[in-house]
Design a protein around this ligand. Structure first.
Ligand code: FAD
Length: 549
């Protein structure tokens, strides 16, 4: 009995090791894409996440410490205050203290910022990831709209490196009649007698309800239906006079995951708002700056959560003994872990390359409408497949811990699983992303742009899956509209897997035997000519993928 407890204690000590220094593959990617100095900063931050951030997030997520809504102040005046446990601000100070907002606000700084988020997200959504992604979208919008009073002040507050000092953002699109079909939005934007914009109506999902700045869609002209009639507005929580802006919260939602972040249902009663650009351009602004960037953020976050679950499970497999051996000895345990590692590594290579392209685009190193469309397509592919697979990866990492895996006080894996399920639905459900890609194929020929891009990267090793994808795209195009919306599923899967395989192969070529092992298994599972067969070679592939380089 004591032996088993001792083994588990060793496992607990092992998982507190520096998350950066103990992830040779991530370090390798950082060395390929970023500077040595960034690596040093990531190393310092990677030390803090398991030792300082994890315990705070764990404490903050205890049922008794979750945020709650206090409707009225001591004088009985309505003030709708979201009350967070002190561990929320303490966790926020560590995360924002990495200066990730400042990094991402600089053109070309997104990949560096997201590497810090990759480490902090290994503690889970932590109640802060959603606000960070929302703030990032607001920063990009503010950088694009013409000057207005306090714009500079808002930007300074959004990039401040401390939760206690900064402003955080929220983004409200969804209404009760639908999230995917945003064109059904009814919430109204109108001008008051002083020509200021005002918002009236309700929003159904309002995450980071305590945000200082809200970016929201509202219908600026009721006679224009669909997304064309939606403008984009910034709603500060506090008015110039110091009074609270005119919105109230009905309640906080009781959620499966991301529980330490407050999501409310809200009513707007003529709230003061600032139009972000021309109202008629509002939805375009949302798509290009807000949803697009959030999809890149979401990808890094879910991959980080799955990465952590994998490392927790891998270490557990080395410490847990069953039938006389550490369970890592058993091929079935190894196969499960190897698959998670190979797929997670491929998707990480995919998003690294995508965000680098985004940084190059933001810096003007690459230009043009075609790159913009390619980026939109890659963001959709990455968000889709990373969210879909990460839930599975975390679920199956949990299997390695079996009974202990199901216990919230034993490890953070149950919370990672719950958080990742919520991240699946944010920023476009799987079907919405599939359907957007189908529409983009018809409207902008993104499939042709994507295939040309793949060829420019070099697809000699992947000729067979490349040709198969081309054939399936042609078949889809010749099909009825109804059938197309079914066939798109496999086409999108193939696109995402092929791009991930190509990018992993490029990284593996730069001297990483571990990534080369992952690539072989990934190719066997997703990019081979025939359906994957289990034989002696499968064992070799599993061992190759799990090697440490
Ligand atoms: C915890 C949490 C916090 C959130 N916070 C926010 C927030 O802060 N701000 C915000 O704006 N939103 C927020 N959301 C809402 C989220 O963005 C929406 O849930 C999401 O956009 C999906 O919308 P819906 O839930 O209305 O689903 P629906 O649009 O009703 O979709 C239902 C199902 O139908 C499918 N579907 C829809 N259209 C099609 C189609 N054309 N073809 C095939 N399938 C289709 C969808 O994929 C889905 O499976 C939050 C959600 C959660 C869970």
């Amino acid at each position: 009995m004591e032996e088993a407890r001792e083994a588990l204690a060793k496992w607990q000590a092992d998982i507190k090791r520096n998350l950066y220094e103990n992830d040779a593959d991530f370090k390798h990617s950082v060395a390929l894409y970023l500077s040595e100095k960034v690596g040093e900063e990531l190393s310092a931050f990677g030390e803090r996440v398991p030792k300082e951030l994890d315990p705070l997030v764990m404490e903050n997520n205890l049922a008794r410490n979750l945020p709650y809504l206090e409707g009225y102040d001591g004088l009985g005046m309505r003030y709708d205050k979201v009350v967070h446990h002190p561990s929320y601000a303490a966790a926020g100070d560590i995360i924002y203290g990495s200066r990730l907002m400042e990094k991402m606000a600089k053109p070309g700084g997104l990949l560096e910022a997201l590497c810090f988020m990759f480490l902090s997200s290994q503690a889970g959504e932590a109640g802060h990831n959603c606000p960070i992604a929302c703030s990032a979208g607001i920063i990009r919008v503010l950088q694009k709209v013409p000057d207005f009073p306090k714009k500079k002040y808002f930007l300074e507050k959004l990039t401040a490196p401390s939760y206690r000092e900064n402003f955080t953002g929220a983004q409200f699109l969804t209404e009760i009649q639908g999230g995917s079909d945003v064109g059904l939005n009814k919430t109204l934007a109108y001008r008051d007698d002083k020509k200021s914009w005002r918002i009236r109506g309700e929003k159904w999902f309002c995450s980071n309800a305590n945000a200082e700045l809200i970016l929201m869609t509202a219908r600026f002209d009721p006679s224009i239906a669909g997304t064309k009639g939606l403008g984009l507005f910034l709603v500060p929580a506090t008015l110039e006079s110091g009074e609270k802006n005119h919105y109230t919260m009905r309640r906080l939602k009781d959620k499966i995951g991301t529980r330490s972040m407050a999501s409310a249902e809200m009513d707007f009663h003529g709230a003061y708002a600032i139009a972000m650009g021309e109202p008629a351009e509002g939805f375009k602004m949302v798509m290009e700056n807000v949803l697009h960037i959030s999809r890149l953020f979401n990808t890094f976050c879910v991959l980080a959560m799955a990465r952590r679950a994998f490392h927790l499970a891998l270490s557990y497999a080395h410490h847990r003994v069953a039938f006389g051996h550490p369970i890592f000895h058993y091929p079935l345990v190894k196969e499960n872990l190897a698959r998670i590692k190979a797929e997670n590594s491929a998707l990480l290579a995919s998003i690294f390359a995508t965000v680098r392209l985004q940084d190059d685009f933001d810096l003007g190193k690459v230009k043009g409408e075609e790159v913009k469309l390619l980026l939109r397509h890659l963001a959709n592919l990455n968000k889709y497949i990373s969210a879909l697979w990460s839930v599975e990866h975390i679920h199956h990492a949990l299997d390695t811990l079996a009974g202990n895996g199901a216990i919230e006080s034993f490890s953070i894996i149950p919370r990672l699983l719950r958080d990742s399920i919520v991240c699946e639905n944010w920023e476009g459900t799987h079907n919405v992303l599939r359907m957007q890609i189908l529409r983009d194929m018809a409207r902008y020929q993104v499939d042709e742009i994507f295939l040309r891009h793949l060829e420019s990267l070099g697809i000699e090793k992947f000729r067979a899956p490349f040709e198969r994808l081309k054939k399936d795209i042609n078949r889809l195009k010749e099909s009825s509209e109804e059938l197309q919306s079914l066939l798109i599923k496999s086409v999108v899967d193939q696109m995402a897997q092929l791009y991930a395989g190509v990018q992993l192969s490029k990284e593996a070529e730069q001297g990483s035997p571990s990534k080369a092992g992952c690539l072989q298994l990934f190719t066997h599972l997703h990019l081979s000519d025939q359906a994957a067969q289990v034989d002696q070679r499968t064992l070799e592939l599993i061992n190759g993928s799990l090697q440490i380089s």
